[in-house]
Design a protein around this ligand. Structure first.
Ligand SMILES: Cc1cc2nc3c(=O)[nH]c(=O)nc-3n(C[C@H](O)[C@H](O)[C@H](O)COP(=O)(O)OP(=O)(O)OC[C@H]3O[C@@H](n4cnc5c(N)ncnc54)[C@H](O)[C@@H]3O)c2cc1C
Length: 490
C-alpha cells in the first residue's frame, strides 16, 4: 500500500445510494453493502444489527415495485457474488453464486446446447432474485417456475448459519424461501437444472385475434404443442374489439432440424441487434418518450395490431432464443420513456393471475373500467400458467394479464384507487398477485389470495429463522408485517 493511502475498510464494500424499484415509481436512499462471500454476508447482518436497522436484500433491482427497496435501513446487494461455480455440459446442471445473472447463465451454457429452463422477460435479473420471487417465463404452463428448475440452494440465515435445502433435505425451507421474497435468509449458492436444446433458434408463429376471447382461445388451442406462448393485448379499443391482440407461439427445433447448431448457439448469433429501424437502440427510448401519452400509445398499439396481420399471414419463422425470450431488452432503458425522476414518475405493473374459468369475464370488466377511468395500460401481456408447490407462489392453473400503467405526480392517487377497484375484481374471481410486480396491494388482499395455511406457516418460519425481524423491505413492511402483527395478536 503506497504511503498516505488509507487502507480500505475490511468487509463488504459500502456506499450511500438512491435505491429505486425498476419502475422508478418508488425510491429511497440507503447504505448499500456489496458482499463477495458468505463471511461478508454474515458481516452485513452484523452491521445492520449493530446500526439497529433492518436489512433488505437486492439482486439487480428488476422488481417493478418496492421488493428490493429498504427506506428504513441498509440494502445488501448480491450482484458482486457472480461466479459460475460449476457447469456440467453432460447433465445441464449449473452451480452458481447468487449474483449470477440470467444473461451470464445463458451465455455460458448455450454454446454447449442448453438454455435456462425458466427465464423472465428480461435477462438482467440475478438467479437469487429470480429464486426469491419464483419467476416464471413464457413457458410457465409447461416448464413451471424458476423454483421448479432449482435442485438445491444454500441460504445464510440472519443467525449466520448456512443451510442447504432441496426437495429432499429441508423441504419446508426449500418451498418457503423460493418465492419468499428474501424474508428468510440470503441465498449464497443456487443449483439449477437447465434445458437441452438442439439449436439457437426457435420456430415462432404469430397469430392475431380480434378480442380477448379470441386471444384466450388461440393460446389454449396451442397449449399442447407450443413450448412457449405469449399474448400481447391492445387495451385501447372497446366493444367487440376489447382485448384484441397478437399471440406468439414458439417451439424448439428437433435434433438435426438446424443444419448449423454450432453457429446459432453462439453468443454473437444471439446478441440483439445494435439498431432498431435504423436508430441506435440506446436512443430509442427518447423517441418512445414522444409517444408516451394516451394518444401516442393508442396509435402505437393500433399500428402494432394492424402490422401484426402481415406477420400472422406468414408461416413460422426462426428467431433466436434471446430475441424471443428477452424481447423487452431490445430497447435499452425503455422505461425512461415513462420519465426519469426517481420516486415521482415511472410505471407500475398490475399483474393479476386468474383461474381458467374466471379470466375472461374479470379482465373484460377490468379493461372496460380502465377505459372508463381513462387509465388505460400502455402495454398488456397475457401468459398461461400452472400451479406450483411453493408456499408464497403467485401462479395458478390459469392465466395472467400484466398491465403497465404510467405514473405521474398528477395521476398517482387516482391510479392507486383504480388498482384497488381492479384488485377487488381479481380477488372476487379467485385470483392472485405477484410480489415482483406489485406496488399497490394492501395486506388484506394478501390475506385473501394466499391460502391461510401457507401464509401462517410462512409467518411461523419467519419468526423462527428471523426472530429479530432483521430482514425487511418496503414491500414486507407494507404487506407482511401487518399480517404478522395480526397473527401474533390472535
Ligand atoms: C422488463 C422486465 C420484464 C420482466 N419479466 C418477467 C417475467 O416475464 N416473469 C417474471 O416472473 N418476472 C419478470 N420480471 C420481474 C423480475 O424477473 C423479478 O422481479 C426478479 O425477481 C428480479 O430479479 P433481481 O435480481 O433484479 O432481484 P431484485 O428485484 O433486486 O429482488 C427481488 C427479490 O429478491 C430478493 N433477493 C435478492 N437477493 C436475494 C438473495 N441473495 N437471497 C434471498 N433473496 C434475495 C429481494 O429481497 C427481493 O424480494 C420482469 C422484470 C422486468 C424489469
Amino acid at each position: 500500500m503506497p504511503p498516505g493511502l488509507a487502507k480500505p475498510a475490511p468487509g463488504p464494500r459500502r456506499s450511500y445510494e438512491l435505491v429505486e424499484g425498476w419502475g422508478m415509481a418508488v425510491a429511497a436512499p440507503a447504505r448499500v453493502l456489496r458482499p463477495r462471500n458468505v463471511d461478508e454476508i454474515r458481516a452485513c447482518f452484523e452491521l445492520a444489527r449493530r446500526d439497529g436497522v433492518p436489512l433488505g436484500l437486492r439482486g439487480t433491482g428488476n422488481s417493478y415495485g418496492d421488493a428490493s427497496v429498504n427506506a428504513a435501513g441498509h440494502v445488501l446487494d448480491i450482484s458482486r457474488m457472480d461466479r459460475i461455480l460449476r457447469w456440467d455440459p453432460a447433465t445441464g446442471v449449473a452451480e452458481l453464486e447468487p449474483g449470477v445473472t440470467v444473461r451470464q447463465l445463458w451465455q455460458r451454457i448455450l454454446p454447449d446446447g442448453w438454455w435456462p429452463r425458466v427465464a423472465s422477460g428480461t435477462m438482467f435479473p440475478t438467479v437469487a432474485g429470480a429464486l426469491a420471487m419464483n419467476v416464471h417465463g413464457k413457458n410457465n404452463y409447461v416448464a413451471g417456475t424458476f423454483g421448479d428448475a432449482c435442485l438445491e440452494f444454500d441460504i445464510v440465515l440472519p443467525s449466520g448459519e448456512v443451510r442447504t435445502a432441496s426437495r429432499e433435505r429441508e423441504p419446508e425451507l426449500f418451498h418457503a424461501a423460493i418465492g419468499g421474497f428474501g424474508m428468510l435468509g440470503c441465498f449464497s449458492r443456487v443449483v439449477l437444472q437447465t434445458h437441452r436444446v438442439h439449436s439457437g433458434n426457435l420456430k415462432v408463429k404469430a397469430l392475431r385475434a380480434g378480442n380477448l376471447r379470441g386471444m384466450l382461445d388461440l393460446m389454449e388451442s396451442r397449449r399442447a404443442t407450443a413450448d412457449y406462448l405469449v399474448g400481447w393485448i391492445d387495451a385501447f379499443p372497446g366493444g367487440a374489439h376489447s382485448g384484441r391482440g397478437l399471440v406468439h407461439a414458439a417451439s424448439y427445433q428437433a435434433p438435426g432440424e438446424d443444419p448449423e447448431p454450432a453457429r446459432s448457439q453462439t453468443v454473437s448469433y444471439q446478441e440483439l441487434p445494435p439498431t432498431i429501424l435504423g436508430f441506435p437502440k440506446a436512443d430509442v427510448w427518447r423517441i418512445l418518450r414522444l409517444f408516451n401519452n394516451d394518444r401516442g400509445m393508442r396509435l402505437i398499439n393500433a399500428v402494432k395490431y394492424h402490422v401484426g396481420r402481415l406477420e400472422a399471414a406468414h408461416g413460422p419463422r426462426l428467431q433466436s432464443h434471446a430475441g424471443f425470450a428477452f424481447l423487452l431488452d431490445y430497447v435499452p432503458n425503455w422505461k425512461f420513456a415513462y420519465g426519469t425522476e426517481p420516486g415521482r414518475r415511472g410505471l407500475i405493473q398490475f399483474q393479476s393471475f386468474l383461474p381458467q374459468a374466471a379470466a375472461h369475464d374479470a379482465w373484460q370488466e377490468m379493461l372496460a373500467r380502465c377505459r372508463a377511468a381513462r387509465l388505460v395500460p400502455y402495454l398488456g401481456v397475457l401468459k398461461r400458467h400452472r400451479s406450483d408447490p411453493f408456499w408464497m407462489t403467485h401462479a395458478v392453473d390459469g392465466w395472467s394479464l400484466a398491465m403497465d400503467f404510467k405514473v405521474t405526480p398528477e395521476n398517482r392517487a387516482r391510479l392507486w384507487d383504480h388498482c384497488r377497484t381492479m384488485t377487488e375484481t381479481v380477488l372476487a374471481a379467485g385470483g392472485r398477485f405477484y410480489f415482483a410486480k406489485d406496488l399497490v396491494l394492501g395486506p388484506e388482499a394478501v390475506a385473501r389470495f394466499l391460502p391461510a395455511r401457507d401464509l401462517q406457516r410462512f409467518l411461523a418460519l419467519k419468526r423462527r429463522l428471523d426472530p429479530e425481524g432483521l430482514l425487511q423491505t418496503n414491500l414486507s413492511r407494507r404487506l407482511l408485517e401487518p399480517l404478522a402483527a395480526g397473527a401474533e395478536g390472535r
